[in-house]
Every structure is written in C-alpha cells, then in structure tokens.
Design a protein around this ligand. Structure first.
Ligand code: ADP
Ligand code: MG
Length: 293
C-alpha cells in the first residue's frame, strides 16, 4: 500500500508518526532521479488575522494540487502546528522539524515527511518554533533564513505552500521573503478588511527590501455563507477594492471542512463529495490556470 507513496525507495528511513509510519527522505542520494531544471513556485498563505482559513486553505489547496499529480511541499510555519496535525503528522518531543532547519542545525531535506496523500510532503512544526522567532532576531540574514533553507529542495517540487502564523512577525516576513507570491484568505465577516492595510504594507516593505518580485496570488473569500446577507455585503465591499486580485472561486462555509483536521485528513480523504472538496478543487483549477496566463 505504501508503494505508491515512496518515490525514493532505496533512500528512506522510517520514523514513527502518530499510529502509522511516515517516511523521511534522503534527498542527497535521490537527486539524480529528479528533473533539476524546474524549480518550485513558492506561495505564502498569509493574513495576520487568526481564524480566517489560512491553514484550511494551505492544506486543502496543497492536497488538491497533489490530487492533480503536482509534487507539493506544505511548510507549516505556524508554531501552533495545525497544518501538521491537519495532514496527520504529529511532531513528538525529540523529533526534528522546521525549527531545527531554521536554526541551521539540520538541512531541510531531513525534516520532510511524506503524508498519507500521494505527492504531498510536509515540513512539520511544533510549538518550539516560537523560540525561532525570538532567536532569529540576533541571527545574520534573519529575514532570509526560510529562503535559504528551501533553496536546495526547490527542484524537488512543483509547488511549495507556506502556512503562515497569525502575525506579521519574522516568521511571516521570512515566508514572504521566500515566496514568489502571497495568497490571502479572508473570512466574509464584518471586520474582514480590518488589518488588510497593515498586511499590504508589510507585503510592500518585504517587496522593497528583500523580495522585489513578490506579487499577489489572490485574495480568497472563505467561509462564505450564501444565505447570510452580511456575507454578500462584505464580498461586494472586498471586490470593490480588490476586484482583479480576487479568486473567482469562493470557499463556502462547510462543516466537513471544519471536521477534517481532527481526523488528520484533507477534505478529499475525509469527504470527497462535500461542497468544501469541490471548492478547493475549483480553487486548484483556477490557481493552475492563472499560472499559465
Ligand atoms: N470553509 C470553512 N467552513 C467551515 N469551517 C471552516 C472553513 N474554513 C476554516 N474553517 C474552520 O475555521 C477555523 C479557523 O480556520 P483556520 O484554517 O485554522 O484559520 P487560520 O489558519 O487563519 O487561523 C478552524 O476551526 C477551521 O476548521
Ligand atoms: Mg492557521
């Protein structure tokens, strides 16, 4: 059963994760099997507001792209580790994860884990990552640490998706510096636009100082409730300001989407016929179409 998932059969070693067995890759030895020419496109999923659907979107867009046979790496850059647990990866006390890669203790390829979803890998994280944000302040190139650690693994993936924490601190600045584009999920609620100016200003200053080519992948409306009048008003207001930068796909409020993280599954494994699954597949289609334009 594992066979489909193991791309580098002769170069893995096992570590126990939750009940199952996950495989960590030894990229150094597997380089020759990979098309070295193409580098991954890197997308930060960011919004300093909590609870707007960043993690849900990072997980399910990643899983949707993986379903379409794209090689995807999800990077859990929120110390809460919701993206890790959301794809069924539990980081135990002495496990290495994003923190050790951030501080340069070990290379990124040593913390990559295959998920249960074919083509979807993750760099998981745990609450220790909180310390990285503090330690980074005194490290050289503190804004470019994530960029540098992803550099050697870029050619192994088509897409790298970074789930950001709900803040505009150094972890988010690192994600924006490492990325080609930023995807901003927004919940359709009264204060949706609040804080957006601050986020846009952070994106602008990262663009100016560290990453000239950073651009907006799109604003994504999440938890859309079509029976709720306020939701429509907020959506109209947002589209008045950001029309061209909004995804046409809207993610509906769907209870199945809120249930799947506790099962450690993407929406496609948890309920592939739900409205949430359909929406994230539509989003992946729109996203892929935008890459060609
Ligand atoms: N489309 C949706 N429908 C229903 N619940 C959702 C939806 N998107 C996210 N949620 C739930 O809302 C909460 C916040 O979402 P999450 O993705 O964790 O936001 P963030 O990462 O921005 O903090 C979670 O409990 C999640 O399961
Ligand atoms: Mg989150």
């Amino acid at each position: 059963m594992f066979k489909n998932r193991i791309r580098f059969l002769d170069n893995f070693y096992c570590c126990n994760v939750k009940d199952g067995i996950k495989l960590q890759l030894d990229f150094a030895k597997s380089l020759q099997r990979i098309d070295m020419k193409k580098e991954a496109k890197i997308i930060a999923v960011a919004n300093q507001k909590g609870g707007v659907g960043k993690t849900t979107s990072a997980i399910n867009l990643s899983a949707a792209l993986a379903k379409k046979k794209k090689r995807v790496l999800l990077v859990d850059s929120d110390p809460q580790g919701n993206a890790s647990s959301g794809v069924g990866v539990a980081v135990k006390k002495n496990d290495n994860h994003l923190y050790q890669a951030y501080t340069g203790e070990i290379p990124a390829h040593n913390v990559i884990i295959h998920t249960e979803t074919p083509h979807l890998d993750i760099i998981p994280t745990s609450i220790d990552l909180v310390a990285a944000e503090i330690e980074l302040i005194s490290l050289p190139n503190r804004e470019r640490r994530l960029f540098s650690l992803l550099e050697p693994i870029k050619t192994h993936y088509d897409y790298i998706i970074i789930d950001c924490p709900p803040s505009l601190g150094l972890l988010t600045v690192n994600a924006l510096t490492a990325s080609h584009s930023v995807l901003i999920p927004m919940q359709c609620e009264y204060f949706a636009m609040e804080g957006l100016a601050q986020l846009v200003s952070t994106i602008r200053s990262v663009k100016k100082s560290f990453n000239h080519d950073l651009y907006m992948e799109g604003l994504l409306l999440t938890m859309f409730d079509k029976r709720n009048k306020l939701t429509h008003q907020v959506a109209e207001e947002v589209s008045r300001h950001f029309n061209k930068q909004m995804f046409k796909t809207v993610i509906p409020r769907n209870v199945r989407l809120s249930e799947c993280p506790s099962h450690g599954q993407s929406i496609f494994d948890y309920d592939s016929v739900s409205s949430g699954a359909k929406a994230y597949l539509d989003l992946a289609d729109e996203f892929l179409k935008n890459q060609r334009n």
